[in-house]
Each structure stands twice: as C-alpha cells, then as structure tokens.
Design a protein around this ligand. Structure first.
Ligand SMILES: Cc1cc2nc3c(=O)[nH]c(=O)nc-3n(C[C@H](O)[C@H](O)[C@H](O)COP(=O)(O)O)c2cc1C
Length: 347
C-alpha cells in the first residue's frame, strides 16, 4: 500500500482513538508491530485558537513513523489553518475525520455530518490537499444511515479532491457501534477505488484481520478497540498474514509487562500525576481474565507513585507464576472471545 513515500505491503494500522492513541499508546503499539499509527482526532477550531492542550496532541516522535495526524472541522477556512499548523509538526501524512458520529463533532457539522453534505466534504478535502505539502488521507463511515449509504459517491469525490487513501469503518453514523461492520460495502468501495482502501471495524483478533483482508480485498486493515489492552494484536495479525500460522498468544508475563511499559511511557509524556490517572482505566483490560484481578486492580488504582505501581505489577507477576503452576491461568485467546460490551466507550 502506497501513501506518498510510504510503501508497506498489507499494513496493519492503529486506528485514531480519542483519549486512547496518545504518544504513549502509539509507541507501545509500534513496538508491538503496528505499521502505521494515527493521533487521536484534533479539533481544527481548537488548533486555530492555539489551545495549548490541543497543540500538545500534535507532537509525534521519530519512533512512531509513519504516523498520521488526524484533524476534524466543519469549515474550509478552519481546516486549512489547522492543516498548516499540523504540518509544522512533521507527521508523515495528514488525515481528515469524516466519520465521527458524536454530538460534539457531527452535531457541529464536522466528522460524519459531512456524509450528508458530500460537496462540502469534497471542498474541504480539496482545500486541505492543496494547502499542504504532505499527503492527505481521509477516514469515514459507509453513510449517514441505512437509507442514505453513499460510500461510493464519497470515495469518488475524495479521489477527485486528491485524497491519497481512504479508511472506511463499515458502519453508518446511525449505527454508532451497533451491529457488525459491513465488509461487503468496504469490498465494493475497494473494487471501485483508484486509491488505497483501508478496511476498519470489528477486528478483535489476528484471524479477524486476515478475514478482513480476504473479504474486502483492502490494501490495509485498521484496528481500534481490539488493540486496547491488547497491543499484541498487531504482531499476531502480521504473523498470521505473513506465515499463515498463528503466533503463540501472549502469556500473563507479556501482558503485565505491556501494562508496565504503557505506564512508563504515559508517565514520561504526561508526568506522574496524569500519566498514572490515565492508566487506571487500562489495567483491567491488560489483566483481564487473570486470577484475583480485581484485588490487584484495587491496589493499582489507589497508588499514586508510578514506581510503587510497577512493584505491585511485578509482585502480581510472581503471584501469577504460582497460579500458572496450579493450572489456573487460561489461554489468552479465551479471554479475547469475551470482549463484547466490556469496554467503556464514549465515542
Ligand atoms: C474510544 C474511541 C475513540 C475514537 N476516536 C476516534 C477518533 O479520534 N478519530 C476517528 O477517526 N475515529 C475514532 N474512533 C473510531 C475508531 O477509529 C474506529 O473507526 C472504530 O472504533 C471501529 O473500529 P474497531 O471496531 O476496530 O474499534 C474512536 C473509537 C473509539 C472506541
């Protein structure tokens, strides 16, 4: 798959996720094999006003490359200004969000709302493409609702606008996260596309990633929720794609150490207080299904010092060695089957 000078065969990509794909999580996923990573979406209006908290979201590190900055907005003017600011942070490419279904974005005419105004979507894309020197891509859904699925029109309009790749989440705006992502709609778009298509929606395992490639013919696949607490999904998917055989699932040691790495990166970038606070919602997914996990979680979320948290996790690893000897630790794959509705999602 080619986007400008990026050229990767069947990439497995980390999806943009608000409050999740910060520098720490992106780097962890990169270490676990993600081929391309995206920032969380960034408000064009906030960039225009120079809001400090928003500006910080633009920072990317060399080790993340190739990395995309994603922006959203509802007017050509704000998007051009935001694109210019984002470009100064040197991402490999810029991505435009035309898929966010939430009130705070779609309710203000941005994100998925532009699926109802395809001409305006095209005008925004074209203006952004012309205003920056780096490639511009887009991410969208298959339509606003099931009576107005217009992904093929959107695809051709974005191609005409100069968009270099299109990521498609196989749901409509009105689906939010309900039902199953529609792979056939993505496959149809891929058949008609002259630009790379990235398929997204409901990849929870390496097998799902392979099925997504097979059923859509897409150039790349993008993983969102399935990577939360399970960054190993990238290396596992790539292993299965390249070799046709599944990689061994991560054991409790790998999962505990991934949580430790995530915590360290989080503290490095956000400081001890915020780094710790933001990690609290992640422990449950890293440790999901392990014995007596609620006890250790309670300890973890009460502790303020990151070094003490690492000690708690290392002590738990020793505890788990004992459980493993007693045969009380199941294969990780069994926990993964139990993902539905367990994540707290506000997006
Ligand atoms: C917590 C959360 C935050 C999200 N934030 C963004 C975002 O900032 N930009 C975006 O384009 N999509 C965002 N999404 C949508 C995901 O990128 C992805 O399209 C969607 O979750 C479907 O993929 P999945 O089934 O692999 O999770 C978000 C999803 C979640 C769950």
């Amino acid at each position: 798959m080619k986007i400008g000078s990026i050229d990767i065969d069947r990439p497995v990509i980390l999806a943009p996720m608000e409050d999740v794909t910060d520098r720490a999580f992106r780097q962890l996923c990169k270490r676990c094999g993600a081929d391309i990573v995206y920032t969380e979406f960034i408000s064009a209006e906030a960039l225009r006003r120079g809001v400090e908290k928003t500006m910080r979201k633009l920072a990317v590190d060399e080790i993340e490359r190739p990395v995309a900055v994603q922006i959203f907005g509802s007017t050509v003017e704000s998007m051009i200004e935001a694109a210019a600011v984002a470009e100064t942070y040197s991402p490999d490419f810029l991505d435009i969000n035309f898929g966010c279904p939430t009130k705070k974005v779609a309710g203000k005419g941005a994100g998925a709302a532009l699926l109802r105004e395809p001409e305006k979507m095209q005008a925004i894309a074209e203006a952004v493409v012309k205003s920056v020197g780096i490639p511009v891509t887009a991410k969208t859904r298959i339509g606003w609702d099931h009576d107005s699925i217009n992904i093929i029109e959107v695809l051709h309009r974005l191609e005409d606008a100069g968009i270099r790749a299109l990521a498609i989440h196989g749901r409509t705006r009105s689906d939010m996260y309900k039902g199953k992502a529609d792979r056939e709609r993505i496959a149809e778009a891929k058949r008609q596309a002259s630009i790379p298509v990235i398929a997204n929606g409901d990849i929870w395992s390496a097998e799902d990633a392979v099925a997504m490639f097979d059923q859509t013919g897409a150039d790349g696949v993008m993983i969102g929720r399935g990577s939360i607490g399970n960054p190993f999904i990238f290396s596992q998917a790539k292993h299965l794609i390249r070799t046709g055989t599944p990689a061994p699932p991560p054991g409790f040691r790998e999962r505990i150490h991934a949580a430790i790495e995530h915590l360290k990166l989080s503290v490095q970038y956000k400081g001890e207080k915020y780094g710790n606070l933001e990690m609290r919602r992640h422990y449950a997914t890293y440790l999901k299904g392990l014995p007596k996990v609620s006890l250790v979680r309670n300890k973890l979320v009460r502790e303020d010092g990151w070094e003490q948290i690492v000690e708690i996790l290392l002590a738990y690893e020793v505890e788990c060695e004992g459980y493993a000897k007693e045969g009380r630790i199941k294969e990780y794959a069994e926990y993964l089957n139990d993902h539905s509705g367990k994540l707290v999602l506000n997006y």
